[in-house]
Ligand binder design. Structure first.
Ligand code: ZN
Length: 200
């Protein structure tokens, strides 16, 4: 026989998460049976909360529970520098290291001519607006060193060419195509400190 429908449904739910196949989903579902009621409530409420309470910051596109995220709201941070990243999770990575005190901007993708992702498909124009409106002095490009990353960095550099804004790119001592999240904190710290000025 197969599992009762309720357990089957839970297995199917876990399988929707990345990297979880039938066996792991089965193990998680059975382990869930042993959780106490408080933990189960925490699980289900947290799932609903991330869907209903998490929005994107209107200025930087990062995770936020309000219109503006904690970083954009924080007056103690350096509001003259913006670090441009591909995804919101990259902001969390930088914040964990704690060596950067400026602002961020999440592109939500990288330009990829091969996949038909042109600059209009990612959030580049809003970046330019923000740089102009807030009189940003330095833009640090911190995207992965892939063809897409390089193309995006080049595009941003050209876009800012006549604005007088300093553009730099974090140094990468890692193989081409490495994902940002696999860089350890020391590598990333060194990469940020040794950033290369592309235009100023
Ligand atoms: Zn923000």
């Amino acid at each position: 026989m197969n599992y009762p429908e309720t357990i089957r449904n839970l297995i199917e739910c876990y399988k929707k998460l990345p990297g979880i196949g039938e066996k792991t989903a089965e193990r998680y579902a059975l382990a869930s049976l042993n959780l106490d009621e408080d933990t189960i409530n925490l699980f289900s409420n947290s799932l609903i909360d991330v869907k209903t309470k998490i929005k994107k910051c209107v200025k930087c596109n990062s995770f936020s529970e309000d219109e503006l995220c904690e970083i954009c709201k924080n007056k103690k941070r350096n509001h003259k520098t913006i670090c441009v990243v591909e995804e919101a999770k990259n902001v969390i990575l930088f914040e964990k290291i704690g060596i950067y005190d400026g602002l961020y901007y999440v592109l939500e993708g990288l330009i990829s001519p091969l996949e038909g992702i042109d600059p209009d498909k990612i959030k580049i124009s809003k970046l330019l607006e923000r740089i102009n409106e807030e009189k940003i002095e330095e833009v640090i490009i911190a995207v992965k060193p892939s063809i897409e990353g390089e193309t995006t960095a080049l595009y941003i550099t050209r876009m800012l060419k006549d604005t007088g804004v300093k553009v730099s790119k974090i140094a990468h001592g890692v193989p081409l195509g490495a994902e940002m999240e696999y860089l350890d904190s020391l590598t990333l710290e060194v990469a940020l400190e040794n950033r290369n000025i592309i235009s100023s």
